[in-house]
Design a protein around this ligand. Structure first.
Ligand code: FPP
Length: 248
């Protein structure tokens, strides 16, 4: 149900971590060094979200389209994902983080899939930050896989086509139980959504910064949170209606 609220701290933050390559280029380093620095930045922001008691954080680590990058870069990113799984999962678990990978995970190697599955299983009952890593993910893919589920349910007689509504489509997406992101952050200066969480971002506040992802630190996150805190979220209502409700 759509509801009006005065923004304070977002419950769910979604981030496109862009700018690793440019960060490395400016330092005359290989792109891989930028991605490594990007992983350090991701760790920092996850720690900040745990400290701030944010309920959910979704990071776009690898899009459906990123498979088209040069093979060596895809290989480097896969190596980094594997290393992150090996090095970080224990600490995330110790911090009560529930880790999950969302996307077309069949595209990954059996080793990576196994690591992702084990990490999700280990942390499944944690009640702290829900951390979603979008990998081989695309917002259109997500809507299509939801449509497949609903079509199968209709064919098997579990649902009538005219019963399909926004609620059941949301439930068939890969993040059924989380609230939609309140705040979307994209670093790296581009102002687009790039096929991230297309359905879920319908009413999200969109924040763009020129900061390159490896430079994005806790003060930069705080700037985004301060910006968010003064947004008036109207969900289609008038400013007067929102003010009236807030005063009620
Ligand atoms: C975009 O920067 C970044 C990526 C495609 C990869 C993001 C991956 C990480 C930050 C490291 C892994 C993180 C986790 C959480 C496992 P770009 O390469 O497009 O940069 P550019 O636009 O400057 O070239």
């Amino acid at each position: 149900m759509v509801k009006t609220e005065t923004a304070a701290l977002p419950r769910h933050i979604a981030i496109i971590m862009d700018g690793n390559g440019r960060w490395a280029k400016r330092r005359l380093l290989p792109r891989q060094a930028g991605h490594r620095a990007g992983l350090t930045a991701a760790r920092r922001i996850i720690e900040s979200c745990v400290r701030l008691h944010i309920s959910a954080l979704t990071l776009f680590a690898f899009s459906s389209e990123n498979w088209q990058r040069p093979q060596w870069e895809v290989g480097n990113l896969m190596g980094l994902l594997m290393k992150a799984l090996e090095d970080e999962v224990r600490e995330l678990h110790a911090n009560n983080v529930r880790l999950r990978f969302i996307g077309a995970l069949d595209a990954f190697s059996p080793d990576l899939r196994h690591g992702m599955h084990r990490a999700a299983e280990l942390t499944a009952l944690n009640a702290g930050l829900a951390l979603n890593i979008a990998a081989s993910y695309g917002g259109r893919w997500d809507i299509v896989q939801a449509a497949h589920k609903l079509a199968a349910a209709a064919v098997s007689g579990h649902i009538r086509p005219d019963e399909i509504d926004e609620v059941c489509l949301s439930q068939a997406l890969v993040l059924p139980e989380l609230p939609d992101p309140d705040l979307f952050i994209r670093t790296g200066g581009e102002q687009r959504i790039s096929n991230f969480l297309l359905w879920n971002l319908a009413y999200t506040e969109l924040y763009f910064t020129d900061s390159l992802w490896p430079d994005f630190d806790e003060p930069a996150l705080q700037t985004a949170l301060d910006w968010y805190a003064v947004r008036q979220r109207r969900f289609g209502r008038t400013p007067e209606q929102v003010k009236e409700e807030a005063g009620a």
